[in-house]
Design a protein around this ligand. Structure first.
Ligand code: FES
Length: 147
């Protein structure tokens, strides 16, 4: 089997929703300390629905494909559903990622979460803090394997 699925390659070469939303309602930026990759997500939100989403990812192909897929999965969805999006769901929607690239999909989950938190904070909206754990860092289990 090829290392990367056709979907990963397709989203990497033709990523959806790339860019920036100038008047975004929520912006989230996360990075992975080990690989140095950075992902930024911009959300437009109306009545708790994500009406638009864009991303900028300075990172590897899997991170770009994960951002692209994740934005597709949350566009038009309620915030509650976007908050439930896991990195595993992103990886599954991409027909899988190699084990040592799973951490790239974690960035997408965390960037979305961080953008939603930013929206809540900016608007003084109360939220359940347990839904926003601190982003992963350092000793990611996925890094136990050599790249
Ligand atoms: Fe860093 Fe993929 S996000 S290697």
């Amino acid at each position: 089997m090829a290392l990367y699925s056709e979907k990963v390659m397709e989203h990497f070469t033709n990523p959806r929703n790339v860019g920036k939303i100038e008047d975004a309602d929520g912006v989230g930026e996360v990075g992975n300390a080990k690989c140095g990759d950075i992902m930024k997500i911009y959300l437009k939100i109306e009545n708790d629905i994500i009406t638009d989403v864009k991303f900028n990812t300075f990172g590897c192909g899997s991170a770009i494909a994960s951002s692209s897929m994740a934005t597709e999965l949350i566009k038009g969805k309620p915030l509650s559903q976007a908050l439930e999006l896991t990195n595993k769901a992103v990886a599954e929607a991409l027909d899988g990622l190699p084990a040592h690239k799973m951490h790239c999909s974690v960035l997408a989950e965390e960037a979305i979460r961080s953008a939603i938190k930013n929206y809540y904070d900016k608007n003084g909206i109360a939220y359940d803090k347990t839904q926003f754990p601190e982003p992963h860092d350092e000793e990611e289990e996925h890094f136990s394997e050599e790249d």
